[in-house]
Ligand binder design. Structure first.
Ligand code: NAD
Length: 329
């Protein structure tokens, strides 16, 4: 079975690629579960060497904002597409044109190319809880209206609508997941306004000091990369009829305070690790974070079998096993 991942050089794209190459099976066009025999990985940057060298992998370095390049990868026997390529929140806010080109035009090109395939492919799309904003209820529920207050959130919401409409028309078989903040992200901080939520765990466990721009009582709605990949594969496998009229849903996550996150850090790295975190308030980040929804009742997703992590400690342990130990090895 031929699968395409866009954004495959990024954090979650590489995690998903490793899982698919590690033997995860997917339901193919005939309805039977199959191995992934061909994996096309598309991004402006190449994935890590261990992924790229797998004989099933074809790496295509290109720009999702160029329709012809997208048509050249989503063609022929492609059966499923995981569309992750995006300019993340602060990046899309800082450069409106870039956000529109990558997050909106790129998504449309992917869906249009999918529409031209012989049989409608399953398409899984990464949306975000940034589709919510403005005057929100205390707890976001499945019927809370989308009201994005950033360009990124608006572009994701439009992507969801396009995916829903093309699914309704029978052009594709789409599913969109509104992701919580995924922690712990390995590597370097990125341009997301939430990047500190990973930094305050990652840097101390690697022996570095870090500045935390928000107060200990600040909350985040989080999910681990492991559970994110589980959720993505689960979403792919769900029969279309279970999704009904709305192919987009938000995922169950954990609402944790910074203080609780540091408790998790302490269990993994001791007080020495916690002492490497310094609180240096940043008014802009605080304001952005204060505007984000933090409490969710993910009844629909739970009913469909999606699961949050059991605890923040488990999230930190997953990072130590999957990223720190792996890199050390
Ligand atoms: N990580 C999170 O907390 C989170 C939360 C909500 C939603 N999401 C969404 O999940 C997806 C993956 O996120 P991530 O954390 O892995 O981000 P990431 O930045 O690590 O990965 C995104 C990838 O898209 C690629 N990309 C950007 N512009 C491109 C272009 N013009 N053409 C081709 N590729 C391009 C980047 O090079 C990058 O590798 C994104 O769609 C993001 O919006 C992530």
């Amino acid at each position: 079975m031929h699968v395409v991942i866009t954004g495959a050089g990024g954090f979650l794209g590489q995690k998903l690629a490793r899982r698919l190459l590690g033997g995860a099976q997917l339901t193919g066009p005939g309805g039977a579960r199959q191995d992934v025999s061909k994996l096309t990985l598309f991004d402006v940057v190449a994935p890590a060497a261990d992924i790229a060298r797998d004989r099933r992998v074809k790496v295509v370095v290109g720009d999702i904002g160029e329709e012809k390049q997208v048509q050249a990868i989503v063609q022929g026997d492609v059966a499923s597409v995981f569309h992750l390529a995006a300019v993340v929140s602060a990046g899309a806010e800082a450069d409106f044109d870039l956000g529109m080109r990558v997050n909106l035009d790129g998504t449309r090109y992917v869906l249009e190319a999918c529409r031209k395939l012989k049989s409608p492919p399953r398409v899984a799309f990464t949306s975000s809880v940034a589709v919510y904003g403005g005057d929100m209820p205390k707890v976001i529920k499945d019927d809370t209206p989308l009201n994005p207050q950033t360009s990124y959130g608006s572009q994701k919401a439009i992507g969801e609508f396009l995916l829903n409409d093309m699914s309704r028309k029978g052009f594709i078989d789409g599913r969109a997941l509104r992701l919580p903040t995924i922690v712990v992200r390995p590597g370097k901080p990125n341009k997301a306004a939430s990047t500190w939520a990973s930094s305050i765990i990652r840097e101390p466990l690697q022996g570095d000091t870090v500045e935390c721009p928000v107060e200990p009582s600040a909350e985040m709605y989080v999910l681990s990369p492991r559970r994110m990949v589980d959720s993505f594969l689960h979403a792919h496998e769900l029969p279309a009829e279970k999704l009904g009229f709305n192919r987009a849903l938000f995922l169950p996550g954990l609402t944790v305070t910074v203080a609780q996150m540091l408790e998790g850090l302490k269990k993994a790295g001791g007080q020495t690790a916690v002492d490497r975190v310094r609180f240096v308030p940043d008014a802009t980040i605080r304001r952005i974070v204060a505007g984000w929804p933090m409490r969710f009742d993910a009844a629909r997703a739970r009913g469909l079998g999606f699961k949050a992590d059991d605890s923040f400690d488990q999230i930190v342990e997953g990072f130590v096993q999957d990223d720190l130990r792996r890199n050390a090895a």
